[in-house]
Design a protein around this ligand. Structure first.
Ligand code: NAD
Length: 254
């Protein structure tokens, strides 16, 4: 029942993990897709090749989304290549594998976390929304986290960035509803990607997944992409301002 035929999507951080799974799912559903990679062009080209098998247009572009100018250039590139911009998935983000207490978080580390995880979401939305307003339609999904709802000790700057995304999305959802632009969050729990694998592969990480997640395992990138696909599809025309939790029940455990 899901078809994105004729739709154009921009996905940030599409070269790996949740972003790459989203590129593949949206292309499979019929959308033309532009995504950015940060450093690894070879991985991005591989994702392009895989997604193009579904017969839609898929292109990538390098961008450091901690820089507003790169966010602007990426949105303009997507609009120019695809002709329109129906869907924006603001997914790019960073997380620090090592625990770091508040007394050790430097100003540089704080600023980097906020720039990459939060300012990048502002930038791409800021530049994409005028196109969506002109089209009188749009879907925006930003990726938050369980950490954005219950906090995350020893990763407080990450949690702060992800919590801010939720309040940003809630405000935007009511602001943009009159333009028929729907804005939602997907909030993953532990997902087995390159971001979290260094922890999930340890003995402690395996124990954590088995005990702290009611379903007893970390999620897959595809399980998060499925929720994103649903939210940008015609099955979700009356959902805005929501946080869709995809975490195996983990956020309920505190
Ligand atoms: P990942 O590290 O595999 O992918 C992150 C993506 O962001 C990459 O494509 C990377 O190129 C891009 N990126 C990083 N810094 C960038 C920058 N400065 N400019 C442009 N792009 C940049 O991680 P993932 O697990 O796929 O994470 C995707 C999103 O999901 C992130 O926002 C993350 O915080 C969130 N999330 C992940 C988990 C998890 O357990 N993996 C849990 C909750 C939320």
């Amino acid at each position: 029942m899901i078809s994105l035929a004729g739709k154009s999507a921009l996905i940030t951080g599409g070269s790996r993990g949740i972003g790459a799974a989203s590129v593949r799912y949206l292309a499979q559903a019929g959308a033309d897709v532009v995504f950015n990679y940060h450093r690894n062009r070879a991985t991005a080209e591989q994702v392009e090749q895989e997604a193009r098998r579904h017969g839609t247009r898929v292109e990538s572009r390098k961008a450091d989304l901690s820089r507003d100018a790169d966010g602007k250039a990426l949105v303009e590139f997507a609009k120019e290549r695809l002709g329109r911009l129906d869907i924006l998935v603001a997914n790019a983000g960073i997380w620090n594998v090592e625990d770091i207490g508040i007394e050790k978080i430097s100003e540089r580390q704080w600023d980097e976390m906020i720039r990459v995880n939060l300012k990048s979401v502002y930038s791409v939305i800021h530049y994409a929304v005028p196109h969506m307003i002109a089209q009188k339609t749009g879907r925006i999904v930003a990726i938050s986290s369980t950490a954005g709802q219950r906090g995350e000790s020893m990763h407080t700057h990450y949690a702060a960035s992800k919590g801010a995304i939720i309040s940003f999305v809630k405000g935007l959802s009511t602001e943009l509803a009159r333009h028929n632009i729907l804005v939602n969050c997907v909030a993953p729990g532990w997902v087995d990607t390159e971001m979290s694998r260094p922890v999930l592969e340890t003995k402690a990480g395996k124990k954590l997944a088995a005990t702290a997640i009611p379903l007893g395992r970390a999620g897959t990138a595809e399980e998060i992409a499925g929720a994103i696909l649903f939210l940008v599809s015609d099955l979700a025309t009356f959902i805005t301002g929501e946080v869709v939790n995809v975490n195996g029940g983990a956020v309920l455990c505190g």
